[in-house]
Design a protein around this ligand. Structure first.
Ligand code: DP6
Length: 421
C-alpha cells in the first residue's frame, strides 16, 4: 500500500428494489441462503424506489462502519460478514497513480470500510429495502475492490446478504435460479427481459398503514419450512410449472396469463403462511379490500386489467396493463381510500404523478366527486370510503438495474473525512 493514510477511495452506486411475481419462500440452506424454489421478479424504477450507497476505503480507517439513513448501524452480522468475505477473496489489485493509491490484493484483508446508505423510500414500510440495500452494498463494494465478476456472479454474493437481493442486480424481469450445488455457486439471478421489453405496464404501490409488527421474512419462512405441508406441494408441484408459464407470459407480453399467475402466486404464498404453525398473517383487512376491489373489476371486464401481489406485509403492489387502466385503477383506489385532507394530496400520491393527471384529479374536490366504480354501482349501501387505511400510493414502472453515480455531489460520504456529509 502506498501513500498510507493520505488517501480515501470512494464509489457510489444506486440499486433498485424488486417485487416477486413468483415468490421465494423457504430455504434449503440457511447460512448460504439457498432457496427451495426458483422465483421471478420485476425490478422497480430506481427513481421512485432505490438505495444509494457510498463505500469508501482508506488506510486511515481503523474499523468497518456503516450509516443507514444517517444513523450508525452495526456491521457485525453474519450476513454482512459473509458478503465481505466473498468480496475480499475475489478482490484484485487497484492502482490510481494520480491520487497515489496502490492497493494489492492481499491488502484488502486488512483495510477497513466506511459505508453510507440511503433509501429514497421509507425503510420501515416493508418495501423490500433489504433487497435493494444488500444488492447496492455488494455492487458498490465490488467496484471499489476491483472484483472481476459478471452481474450473475455478483448476484450470488448479494444472495448471501438477503435472498431477494440477488434479483436486484438486474433491471426488467429477473429469475433467481435455485441451483443444485451445495456451495450455492449455481444459485444465481439472470435477466429474463430488460426494462424496455414490456414498457406498457404501470405499477401502483399502496403503502398500507400497518399497526401490528410483522414477522420477518427470515423467521417466517423458517417456520413455514418446518411446519407447512402445503409448502411441499407448492415447492414440488406448483412452482416448477408456474415458473415455465410465467416465463412464457413475460416473453409474449401476455397480460391475462401474467395477471392470473401473479395473483395466484401471491395468494398461495399467503396461504402457506396461514398453513404455518403458528399461522402468519401478513395481509390485513385493507389488503383484503384491495384484492376484492381488483377481483370484482377484473371479473366485470371479462379479462384481467390489473394484477396484485403482496410480500411479507400488508402493502399492495398492483400492476396495470397500460396507462389508461392505471388511471382507472387510481380513481378506484382514491374512491375507496381517499386522503385525509387537501394538503395531503401531494404527499398521498407520489412517484410518477402524471398518472394522477390522467385520472383527472388535481385537487381533493375531484376525489370527493369520484363516481362509485361501475362494477359495484348497484350495491346498497354503496361501498364504504375509508380515510387513513392507506398511508400513500407510489406510481411507478419497471426499471433498470444498478448504476454507478460518478458526480461528487451524489456521494453520501465526505471525500476528506470519510464520514457522512
Ligand atoms: C416474500 O429475501 O427478505 O419478499 O433471504 O431471509 O433475507 P432472506 O429473506 P427475504 O425474503 C423475501 C420474501 C418475499 C418473496 C420474494 O421476494 O421472493
Amino acid at each position: 500500500m502506498s501513500g498510507e493514510g493520505e488517501w480515501i477511495r470512494m464509489v457510489t452506486a444506486r440499486t433498485p428494489t424488486n417485487i416477486a411475481v413468483v415468490k421465494y419462500w423457504g430455504k434449503r440452506d440457511e447460512n448460504l441462503i439457498l432457496p427451495i424454489n426458483d422465483s421471478i421478479s420485476m425490478t422497480l424504477d430506481p427513481d421512485h424506489l432505490s438505495t444509494t450507497t457510498t463505500v469508501s476505503v482508506s488506510p486511515s480507517f481503523d474499523s468497518d462502519r456503516m450509516w443507514l439513513n444517517g444513523k450508525e448501524i452495526s456491521l457485525s452480522g453474519d450476513r454482512f460478514q459473509n458478503c465481505l468475505r466473498e468480496l475480499r477473496s475475489q478482490a484484485s489489485d487497484f492502482e490510481d497513480s494520480e491520487k497515489g493509491i496502490k492497493i494489492e490484493k492481499k491488502d484488502w484483508e486488512k483495510l477497513h470500510f466506511h459505508i453510507a446508505s440511503y433509501n429514497n423510500f421509507p425503510t420501515a414500510a416493508g418495501l423490500a429495502s433489504s433487497a435493494a440495500g444488500f444488492a447496492c452494498l455488494v455492487f458498490a463494494l465490488a467496484n471499489l475492490m476491483n472484483v472481476k465478476a459478471n452481474q450473475s456472479h455478483l448476484s450470488a454474493i448479494a444472495r448471501q446478504g438477503s435472498g431477494s437481493a440477488c434479483r436486484s442486480l438486474f433491471g426488467g424481469f429477473v429469475k433467481w435460479i435455485m441451483g443444485k450445488d451445495s456451495d450455492g455457486g449455481d444459485s444465481v439471478a439472470v435477466q429474463l427481459a430488460d426494462e424496455n421489453h414490456w414498457s406498457d405496464l404501470v405499477i401502483i404501490v399502496a403503502v398500507v398503514s400497518a399497526h401490528q409488527k410483522e414477522t420477518s421474512s427470515t423467521s417466517g419462512m423458517r417456520e413455514t419450512v418446518e411446519t407447512s405441508a402445503l409448502l411441499q406441494h407448492r415447492e414440488k408441484v406448483v412452482v416448477p410449472k408456474r415458473i415455465i408459464e410465467m416465463e412464457k407470459a413475460i416473453e409474449a407480453r401476455d397480460f391475462a396469463s401474467f395477471a392470473k399467475l401473479t395473483c395466484a402466486d401471491s395468494n398461495q404464498f399467503h396461504a402457506v403462511c396461514l398453513d404455518t404453525t403458528p399461522p402468519i398473517f401478513y395481509m390485513n383487512n385493507t389488503s383484503h379490500r384491495i384484492i376484492s376491489c381488483i377481483e370484482k373489476w377484473n371479473k366485470a371486464e371479462g379479462a384481467p386489467q390489473v394484477a396484485y401481489t403482496f410480500d411479507a406485509g400488508p402493502n399492495a403492489v398492483m400492476v396495470a396493463r397500460d396507462r389508461k387502466t392505471a388511471a382507472l385503477l387510481l380513481q378506484r383506489m382514491l374512491y375507496y381510500f381517499p386522503p385525509q385532507s387537501e394538503s395531503d394530496l401531494d404527499s398521498y400520491v407520489v412517484g410518477d404523478k402524471s398518472i394522477l393527471k390522467d385520472a383527472g384529479i388535481v385537487g381533493i374536490s375531484d376525489i370527493e366527486v369520484l363516481p362509485v366504480p361501475s362494477e359495484v354501482k348497484d350495491r346498497v349501501p354503496p361501498p364504504p370510503r375509508s380515510k387513513g387505511e392507506v398511508s400513500y400510493f407510489i406510481c411507478t414502472r419497471i426499471g433498470r438495474g444498478p448504476v454507478l453515480l460518478t458526480e461528487d455531489a451524489q456521494a453520501l460520504l465526505d471525500p476528506n473525512t470519510g464520514l457522512p456529509k
